[in-house]
Design a protein around this ligand. Sequence first.
Ligand code: HH2
Length: 280
Amino acid sequence: MLPAAPTFSLDLPFPAIMGVVNVTPDSFSDGGKYLAADAALEQALTLVREGASVVDIGGESTRPGSETVSADEELRRVLPVIETLAGSVGVPISVDTMKAEVARRALAAGATIINDVSALRFDDEMVGVVAESGCPVCLMHMKGQPKTMQDDPRYDDVVDEVLRFLEERVSFALSRGVREEQIMVDPGVGFGKTVAHNLALLDGLARFTTLGRPVLLGASRKRFLGAILGAEPADRVTGTVATTVIGYLAGAHIFRVHDVKPNFEALRVALAVREGVTAP
Ligand code: HH2
């Protein structure tokens, strides 16, 4: 048996799938595909039909080398999608942003989760938005900034360092009035890590459950899979499914993926083996 899921302020099945919709021109795997609000809406509905329990809407690419965009531009991309989805999608909506202003307006438009890949470090006001709203928040590890994070990242012990970083970010959030039940944690696969670092994190993933918070894994279609498989993003789906099963067996709770159906089916099988039930 895997450890029981920690108390969480969001009513999610565990394991749960977070389906990704990037409303950006430049995301590494789906950039440009869902820039029009109706295309984003259609994709979100498809992901939910396929088994997603959350949809994550992003308006700024954080792929290695990406440039930042203004809050206005990010809002212009995500707000119409969140407003439309909030009335129709039937699952919680997460907003993938590092900016307090975007988070605030997204929550007002119907998002209920903040996914901050800077773990509340990029914008000083973000922690206040999370504390005041009481919404669930994902705190993710990133070494450096997206623009330069893949320039020779180094760690003595990557699992230890990422674990200590997340411990510190959880303490910081708690010290500023965020409740423990609001927090999930994420080792940040691909954010300032070499292929070897990413593999070490996946191999050591069980250690992140010692933080006592739900663990989110975002390995979908990422570059380390391309390095292993010699495949472009669209051909990394089977590799992603492998990471989902490995993550599930290590006790991860939420899987952020672009391709919901294969990951959902793999989780159903893994869950049936572990717990004798057939649906996450
Ligand atoms: N990865 C990406 C973006 N947001 N959030 C969390 N919590 N964990 C992740 O691993 C994560 C994330 C990068 O992937 P994607 O959104 O597909 O690409 P891009 O940043 O190019 O939009």
